[in-house]
Write a protein that binds this ligand. Structure first.
Ligand code: FBP
Length: 272
């Protein structure tokens, strides 16, 4: 619908690419993720910084939007994620995300897009698929785009492919995300431009964004991955730890913008 298309454009610049800040870690990993730069445990502080630095969009859970939604200026896309899990759960229940709020709640908080995770290959894949179907059907009815964090993980994946970052697994997840109605896909780095290009192809035109991953010691190492993603036809990146675990996130955000939107060489972008 036109509503979905218009709202999607709030995240992407004219080049069709986006740099989005992720901040659901306090719930998903626990507040220890903020210990490297403790003042960033305060969502208002870090969101103000990333917005000032020129980020295109931000992703958060509903409660963080209640606390810090005012910091997200109207020209910045707001993505509200409706599923999560804590790291406190028993290990055999870690392969499931539960719904902690509803599409209506996200809309009331001013969301431009709704986000939800699916662990493809999980023993609870069936429940997660149903959860995603309910979210996507309701959100689409109201004209809201849905972002799927398509994260394949599960015992059979490890047995058959060795690791969840194997491109055959990642592109399978991206394809399943596209086929289940996602308007944007967020997924893992596959290790090379050639393999990531296949992930992009498998998504059949649905924009694919990189999921940041753990902070790299050297910022250039992360910029290089994002550069490869862009060269592979990826639509940008959703980045958490590589931003908020840095004392001053601004240079990293500015460098990421140069790489994502100007295809700038990572070494040059890091120096600028
Ligand atoms: P990062 O850039 O810090 O990796 O954030 C992306 C993200 O998807 C978060 O939204 C989420 O909390 C986290 O990674 C999940 O990571 P995992 O499930 O791999 O521990």
């Amino acid at each position: 619908s036109v509503g979905i298309r218009r709202r999607l454009k709030r995240f992407f610049r004219r080049d069709g690419r986006a740099l989005i800040f992720a901040m659901d870690h306090g719930f998903e990993h626990g507040p220890t993720d903020f210990e490297p730069v403790w003042e960033h445990v305060n969502p208002r502080v870090i969101i103000r910084k990333v917005v000032r630095a020129g980020i295109d969009g931000v992703m958060m859970l509903p409660g963080i939007a209640r606390i810090a939604g005012d910091e997200v200026k109207p020209n910045v896309g707001l993505m509200i994620k409706l599923t999560s899990k804590t790291n406190l759960r028993p290990k055999d229940e870690q392969l499931m995300q539960s719904q902690l709020a509803f599409v209506d709640d996200a809309i009331k908080l001013g969301a431009d897009a709704i986000a939800a995770t699916v662990y493809w290959g999980s023993p609870q894949e069936d429940a997660m698929m149903r959860q995603f179907a309910e979210i996507v059907s309701y959100a689409h009815d109201l004209g809201f785009p849905v972002v799927q964090f398509a994260y394949p993980r599960g015992p059979y994946i490890n047995e058959k492919y060795g690791k969840k970052e194997d491109y055959r697994v990642v592109m399978y997840g991206a394809r399943a995300a596209a086929e289940s109605g996602a308007d944007m896909i967020k997924t893992y780095w596959t290790g090379s431009r050639e393999t990531f290009a296949k992930v992009v192809d498998a998504a059949a035109g649905v924009p694919v964004l990189l999921s940041g991953g753990a902070k790299t010691e050297n910022p250039v190492d992360f910029l290089k991955v994002v550069w490869e993603v862009i060269e592979a036809g990826g639509a940008g990146a959703v980045v958490g730890r590589n931003i908020f675990q840095r004392e001053n996130p601004e240079p990293m955000i500015k460098a990421l913008i140069r790489v994502v939107h100007r295809n700038e060489d990572p070494e040059e972008a890091a120096k600028a």
